[in-house]
Structure formats: C-alpha cells, structure tokens
Ligand binder design. Structure first.
Ligand code: NAD
Length: 365
C-alpha cells in the first residue's frame, strides 16, 4: 500500500519521539511491503522560527495533500509562555488544524499493560483485570464553541457566561462512530452525560437511544459524568467504549490517561467526517526532558499504529506494533518514566530499537 503521511514533529521532545515512530513505520514498510512517504512540515514554535506563524499555510498544504497527519507535540517551556514564540502556540497550532480539517471525533485508547501494573496509581486490588478503554470525545461543539460573554450588572458586579450548544446531527455522528467502535471490541457502550441537569445532555441521550436499535449487538449504559469520574478510578475494567461530549470528554480522557501509569503511553486520533485523521500522543512537549534521549516514545509509536488501523485499515500491522510494545515491556525494557526505583531505565533510542527488533521477530519477511 502506498500512502503519503504528513509528519509534524513540533517542539520539545516532539522530534525525538517522532523519529522513533518513523523508524517503526519504516520497519512496517520493509516487512509488509508498503510504501509510506513522509512529508515533513513545521508546526508550533518550530514553525514560528521559520514563518513567524504557528501553523503556516505551507504546513496546511502538505497536510491537505497527505493521507493522514502524524503530529508530535507543540508548546514552549512552562516558564516561557510570555515569549511571542510560545504565546498561544498550542491553541494556534491545534485549533488551526482542527478548523482546517473539521475534526469532530477524538478517540483516546487507554490500555493498562500487564507488565506495568505497578505503574498504575491504582492499588492492585482496584485494577482488577486492568483497563482497556476507548474514549470517544466530541470535538466540535459544546461549551468551548458557544458564545463567551463578560459583562457588569447595574451594581458593577462582574459576570461571565459560556454557552453550551449541540445539534442532533453533530451528536449522531460521534455516537454512530462510537457504536461502530464498540462493535469491533467487547460491544459495551457507555454514554456519559449530565441528563439530570442539562438540556444538551438530554438531547445527547435521546440521540443515543434512537441509534441503539441500529446496533442490537451493542449493550448500552447511560452514566452521569460525576459517577463516571468515580467509576474510572474505582473499577476501570467495567468500561469498553465511552462516548461523551466535548467538555466531559476533555476531563474524563485526562483522568483516564493516568491509569496506565505514564502520559508517555497514551496515543490519540482525531477524525473528520471523511475519515481523514490526525494522530498524536496525549502528552506535551516536555521541555524538562528535551534532548536527553530519555523521553518515552511509546505514545507516539502507538499514534502511528492507530493511524495504520483507522486511516489505512492495516489492522494486522497495527497489532504487530502493539504486540511488539507489550513484549518489550514484558522483558523489562522501560524508559525512566516507567521505572520503579530499583529498575534501570533505557534510552529513547534503546527502547525504539527493542520495539523494531520485536516487530521483525513477529513478521519474519
Ligand atoms: P507535558 O505533557 O509536556 O509534561 C508533563 C510531564 O510529563 C513532564 O514531567 C514531562 O517530562 C512528562 N512527559 C510528557 N511526555 C512524556 C514522555 N513522552 N516521556 C516521558 N515523560 C513525559 O505538559 P506540560 O509540562 O504541562 O506542558 C509543556 C508544554 O507542552 C506547554 O507549552 C503545553 O502548552 C504543551 N502541551 C502541548 C500538548 C500538545 O501538543 N498536544 C499537550 C499538552 C501540553
């Protein structure tokens, strides 16, 4: 299969972990006879240095001509946000791409690796059978995109309001994707809302109920968001696929992303109605570890594997990558973020090489 991939490494550890994922994709190319062509483009602070903009049209053009976007991370050091290079960097880069491509569905898989049970912040007796969850978060509506207003009343008291709005078509689109996602997994869909209080949630629930009959093989649960936050910590193994609105998804997906034990393990996908996708790790540019060859590349490599599966339908290749990562971790090959005090960490380069070798062993060409 021949595919053009827009490669946007970005800032901080972005180029290091991106280079690891490209090595893995080159191995897949070689072993499975594919032809992935990488078109590099600048984004974030790296683009600002060249073009004076965080998301220049040159980058958008490369993305438009590609079959998928592989994104690293953007943003400056936490204490340098006043520097014009970093001001608004994350929002300008990510929102520009979301707007240009109408990404309305975000998928974040949360998987606890067997070899990393000790890394989870949950006690062993809470982890149960681990966690393997896919969170579908609506990306284009809700309180972030409604009217934002500040005003003073007649007594000079300051007020602020943010309006949440959804239409049934926007909800139906993500709910359908989540049902299809559940059909490919354990066929349990939890729809999360606040239907006891919010009209947007009551509409959300109506849409889910209307679609339920089209997917008779999927069991649907409805859960209030506050309970879902508790349940994710008390018993994450109960979840298979979660679907929820933009604001709830933002918070729940970050909560869930700590369950496996490191932000360096969590990939994500953003898709539009045409199925075009952007794939990126959940973490940021981590300037505290930039250039030290210690960053965990697994989230970026898993983002590439999500791309193979969701954008190109290459499920076997995606599984080979996931199996290779599982095998490497089982052998105790871990970067610093995954090590307990008595374990010796390997570098970014070493864990990447170990994953590449496992893929070669899984697929003997
Ligand atoms: P961060 O995610 O960059 O780092 C938080 C902590 O996690 C740090 O200790 C870091 O070392 C660690 N970490 C992150 N990824 C890691 C990896 N792959 N391996 C090992 N450790 C890892 O968050 P932050 O420090 O709050 O933000 C730094 C910059 O990143 C900011 O400019 C922020 O705006 C930006 N940011 C960007 C994105 C994105 O590009 N999608 C997401 C979050 C934050």
């Amino acid at each position: 299969m021949k595919k053009i991939i827009a490669v946007l490494p970005g800032d901080g550890i972005g180029p290091e972990v991106m280079s690891a994922s490209l090595e893995v994709l080159e191995t897949i190319n070689e072993r499975y006879n594919h032809q992935f062509i990488f078109q590099h483009a600048a984004i974030g602070g790296a683009a600002f240095d060249i073009y004076g903009k965080h998301c220049p049209h040159e980058t958008l053009e490369i993305c438009q001509q590609s079959d998928a976007i592989l994104f690293g991370c953007v943003g400056g050091p936490v204490d340098a946000q006043d520097d014009p290079k970093w001001q608004g960097c994350e929002a300008n880069s990510i929102l520009a791409l979301r707007k240009a491509f109408n990404f309305g569905v975000n998928i974040r898989p949360i998987k606890m690796f067997n070899a990393l049970q000790e890394n989870s912040p949950l006690k062993n007796n809470r982890i149960g059978q681990g966690a393997d969850i896919e969170i579908f978060r609506e990306l284009s509506g809700d309180i972030y995109f409604g009217e934002h207003r500040r005003f003073e009343d007649e007594n000079g008291v300051k007020h602020a309001s943010d309006t949440a709005e959804y239409d049934e078509n926007t909800i139906a689109h993500i709910v359908e994707k989540a049902f299809i996602g559940a059909q490919k997994r354990n066929k349990v869909l939890t729809s999360v809302d606040k239907a006891n209080v919010l009209d947007t949630s009551r509409l959300w629930r109506e849409v889910v109920k209307a679609q339920e009959k089209n997917f008779p093989d999927v069991k649907v649960n409805h859960m209030y968001v506050d309970n879902c936050a508790m349940q994710l910590v008390l018993n994450p193994a109960q979840f298979d696929v979660i679907v929820t609105a933009n604001l709830f998804g933002d918070i729940l997906s970050d909560l869930a992303s700590v369950l496996p034990g490191s932000i360096g393990l969590i990939p994500s996908a953003s898709l539009n109605k045409q199925g075009f996708g952007l794939y990126e790790p959940a973490g940021g540019s981590a300037f505290d570890i930039q250039g030290k060859n210690v960053a965990n590349p697994i989230a970026q490599i898993l983002s590439a594997s999500l791309m193979l599966s969701y954008s190109f339908g290459l499920h076997q290749e995606a599984k080979a990558i996931q199996d290779a990562i599982e095998a490497v971790l089982k052998k105790g090959v871990k970067t610093a973020d995954l090590c307990t005090v008595d374990e010796t960490p390997v570098t970014t380069t070493q864990i990447t090489q170990a994953i590449v070798q496992e893929i070669k062993a899984i697929c003997i060409a």
